[in-house]
Design a protein around this ligand. Structure first.
Ligand SMILES: [Zn+2]
Length: 231
């Protein structure tokens, strides 16, 4: 009896696993559609007309079987830049990788690979923000304790690339860091580079303005459309 119960349980687990597998999404919104959805959500946020989509109990229940995020957001850990809020999205919408200074280390890249390759997400947004504390520290170049040094080293190329440029050095370095990170992800083989090459993945840079709440995309939908057209 006990053995039969165990066998039944195993069967139920296998069926549940297979259902979860079957429900696991393959393919998400196209990159242009995903970008348009982010732009619309950010407009809601800026205008203080948040819709709070996908935050119901029904949505939570539906997602228990699998996720189908329409965009990956690599952004800073800064508490003022939560992607689900600034893009007015809910459960299961965004696959978020957050780390101070929005740098892409090995585990961050692996996370993005998982979303792009396994979950079929077609859009990655690398988003910096104004007056980023991590970038400011890197620009100042002060000696920092503990593991902060690792973060400063990761940001150093962006600081070096914009040294002596006209304008605010932190703003310039934030931009450079986003552009460098985006370019690095696009060329990161074998997974991301291949998906980009096949037109199945679009990686765009963006900046969040702390004062206005506006997200400016460095590479506009035209680039995403072009990539999607190759599909
Ligand atoms: Zn920051």
């Amino acid at each position: 009896m006990k053995r039969r119960l165990v066998a039944g349980l195993i069967g139920a687990v296998l069926v549940a696993a297979s259902l979860a597998q079957a429900a696991e999404p393959k393919g998400s919104l196209s990159a242009p559609d995903a970008l348009a959805k982010l732009v619309k959500g950010n407009a809601n946020f800026v205008a203080a007309t948040l819709k709070h989509p996908d935050q119901t109990e029904a949505r939570r229940t539906k997602l228990a079987a699998g996720q189908n995020p329409f965009a990956v957001i690599l952004c800073c850990s800064d508490s003022r830049v939560p992607p689900e809020v600034v893009f007015d999205q809910g459960l299961g919408d965004l696959f978020v990788v957050r780390v101070a200074g929005n740098v892409a280390d090995g585990i961050g890249i692996a996370s993005i690979e998982y979303a792009a390759e396994h979950l079929g997400t077609h859009l990655v947004v690398v988003m910096g923000h104004s007056r980023c504390g991590a970038v400011t520290a890197a620009v100042k170049g002060d000696a920092l304790p503990g593991h902060l040094l690792t973060l400063m080293e990761a940001l150093e190329p962006a600081v070096a690339a914009t040294q002596g440029h006209v304008g605010d050095p932190v703003t310039n370095a934030v931009w450079s860091n986003v552009m460098q990170t985006s370019a690095r992800l696009r060329g990161c083989g074998p997974i991301l580079a291949e998906l980009v090459e096949k037109g199945k993945l679009t990686i765009v840079g963006a900046n969040y303005d702390l004062d206005t709440g506006v997200v400016e995309f460095y590479e506009q939908p035209a680039a995403a459309t072009e990539a999607a057209a190759i599909q």
